[in-house]
Design a protein around this ligand. Structure first.
Ligand code: ATP
Ligand code: MG
Length: 278
């Protein structure tokens, strides 16, 4: 079967029904707020899904390169990055990489990627460059995860145009909902104009501390407001998750028994269930 098929026109492939070739489900981890746990979620979800025998590609779409480093890939030493895919016509096959540390592939990024915003300006269909580039590897994976930068930029737009869904990590803090409407509106616009497949898969509560009453209250409000759009699993604040990147490892690999890792493994299971129901 031609792997360059337009997945938006192939519902039988999307649903992954038995007897059909299954193509990767593609998800952005996005929230334009900085430091809310996007990269920690993307890296640990990748590791968790890999531990659950899923074939996973993690795309680092942030010039900070944190998902790259957090997967044990030296962002300064890589030959090709997602920048080369977006701007220089390098294929994902050529640019993807993997270390022994993790059981998933990485399409790495470094600060060069910041230039892509400007360099893509004159390019036709500039918001669909990533989507086009991914068609050749869709059949290689069960999941493709995209770690987005903290901005509603052209890079994030490329992620949203390539994806079937968005996972939104958020902290249960007073300002948690502020800015969320901008993200949701952007997703709605992309859905209406650029990518009919796109939907919000769920909101994930991260860095949760149940001892803080306000966090409990905000969590309850989120439940009332978003209902089953909220993932059941709650990721606790856990120092092992924060320590892991300095070892070039996802928390799920660094200390699998830790509470944080266990929560992300549970999240992997929940994602698989949600994707089945899509
Ligand atoms: P940016 O917007 O800069 O890309 P981000 O949204 O990707 O940030 P992370 O880098 O994942 O956020 O997390 C921000 C900081 O919080 C990091 O130092 C990370 O190690 C820490 N952190 C994330 N999740 C947890 C957690 N559950 N428990 C403890 N620390 C966490
Ligand atoms: Mg990040």
């Amino acid at each position: 079967m031609n792997t360059a098929v337009d997945i938006s026109r192939a519902p039988e492939i999307q649903s992954g029904k038995k007897g059909h070739i299954t193509m990767a489900k593609i998800f952005c981890v996005a929230n334009q707020k900085g430091g809310v746990g996007k990269t920690t979620t993307a890296v640990n979800l990748a590791a968790s899904l890999a531990a659950l025998d899923q074939r996973v590609l993690l795309i680092d779409l942030d010039p900070q390169g944190n998902a790259t480093m957090g997967s044990g890939v030296d962002k300064a030493a890589v030959e090709n990055t997602v920048y080369d895919v977006l701007v220089n016509g390098v294929t994902v096959l050529e640019a993807r990489t993997r270390t022994n540390a993790v059981a998933y592939d990485v399409l790495p990024a470094n600060r060069e990627l910041a230039g892509a915003e400007v360099e893509l300006v004159g390019v036709e269909n500039r918001e669909r460059v990533l989507r086009k580039a991914l068609t050749e590897v869709e059949a290689d994976y069960d999941f493709i995860l995209i770690d987005c930068p903290p901005a509603l930029s052209l890079l994030t737009l490329n992620g949203l145009c390539a994806a079937h869904g968005v996972v939104i990590p958020m902290q249960c803090e007073y300002f948690a909902l502020e800015g969320l409407s901008d993200l949701v509106n952007t997703i709605k616009q992309v859905h209406a104009n650029l990518n009919r497949d796109l939907k919000v898969i769920g909101l994930l509560r991260v860095m949760f501390d149940p001892r803080i009453t306000l966090q409990q209250q905000v969590s309850d409000q989120l439940k009332q407001h978003f209902g089953d759009k909220l993932f059941d699993v709650v990721i606790p604040r856990n120092v092992r998750l924060a320590e892991a990147p300095s070892y070039g490892l996802p928390g799920v690999v660094f200390d699998r028994a830790s509470r944080g890792a266990q929560a992300y493994i549970q999240f992997g299971t929940e994602m698989i269930e949600r994707v089945r129901a899509l």
